[in-house]
Design a protein around this ligand. Sequence first.
Ligand code: LLP
Length: 471
Amino acid sequence: MVLTQSIGKSGLQYLSESKEAFQSRSPNQELLPLTASVNSRDRLEIGGCEVTALVEQFGSPLYILDEETLRAACTQYRDAFKRYYPGSSQVLYASKAWSCLAVCAISASEGLGIDVVSAGEIHTALQAGVSPDKIYFHGNNKSREELQLAIESGCITVADNWHDLEILADLGKLGVSSKTGEPTRVMVRFTPGIECHTHDYIKTGQIDSKFGFDPGSLDDVFKFISQQPSLCCIGVHAHIGSQIFELQPHDDLADVIVETLTKALSYGLPATEINIGGGLGIRYTETDDPPSIEDWARTICTAVVAACERQQLPLPKLLCEPGRSLVGTACVTAYTVGSKKVIPGMRTYLAVDGGMSDNPRPITYQSVYRVVAAGKMRDSLTETVTIAGKHCESGDVLIKEAKLPECRAGDVLAVTATGAYNYSMSSNYNRVPRPAAVLVRDGKVDTILERETYQDLLRLDRLPERLGTQK
Ligand code: LLP
């Protein structure tokens, strides 16, 4: 059988594999969700649901999230850290990748904690039932109100700068605390000075970064915290960037972070945790070749154990906080084709009913995506087209060169690996309502995010009376 739209490392050949076999595949190395298959009508199915039928039922654009892939990624992270790290460990889901109740609740049900970066993400995690003990609050410019919310709800704050520490200390003096009245738990984030190869916008480990304390200031930081009765420094944190395919930077990070923990301990701080951040890349195209979740975890665990041995340090609790590699390849976005513009000898534009508002990554980072025609999975790929969005912006192109069977208005396309930083970065540009998102599993489908309505778009609009309604 020739699968003409076979995409990815091993593409759709996995179709007939057993459940056990697919669960051992690392989701971040796949282009399609693990449950992807092509049915007898030549249509793409995810989680046992036909993508074209989902579009008929829920409309498009539509984010289709495969529960099994998300759970498999959570399990693989959790189990790999258990297997390779003799101390205790905790995987956190970096919810900036996709913060919504369902994704937070699924990752929490798999035993993961959550990394949040705003009061909105704290609120979402708490409402999803995540234990505040497992919520870590990041951010380079947290407001006083946000810090107060984090403290009062019992979350752990990752102090990024002096502004954070001063507010935290001040809130402590005013008696702001969690219900238990314990000192406020803080981690200290620093820039480890480690470069990695990724897009400049998503690098964070280099010294010239807006995130984290400069390493040269850490003595003062630890001394300051040790003098604050309301603060308890439980550990240190560093994150080097996102969509990283190399293992070496994380190996290097282990040393730096363990050294920093030793420094914190030298100030008498009760620091017992290290968090090495997230950053593992995913496969967006055939040429992307990220390490597996297992290899990433093994590299980090081994490096941390070795670094602790060198420093003669008992093993700290080891945390990591992946986002993209947990949720990225678990989702596809289905669009309906509309207009087609053929410029002879130059290019064919195929326009879809979404674009930069539901996936701002191509226009922001020049990210490359793959697409399949979800209703024609065995048709030959005869056309090379540019998939354009519907926004009033020439740069609103989702895919510059896509190979597809001949497509016309009404055909459904599925863009792959859209689970991370798509919904969470979506906008209402051109007053386009945000798409719905559904969760699929074993042929069942649940709405996890309603499609925005035109009424939703006007919900916050106010028309001053004196302007009246123009006739
Ligand atoms: N921890 C911290 C402190 C972070 O800043 C990030 C991502 C993560 C964890 C999760 O990294 P991941 O495992 O997802 O690579 N909007 C960009 C990505 C921004 C990443 C921001 N920080 C994109 O669409 O590529």
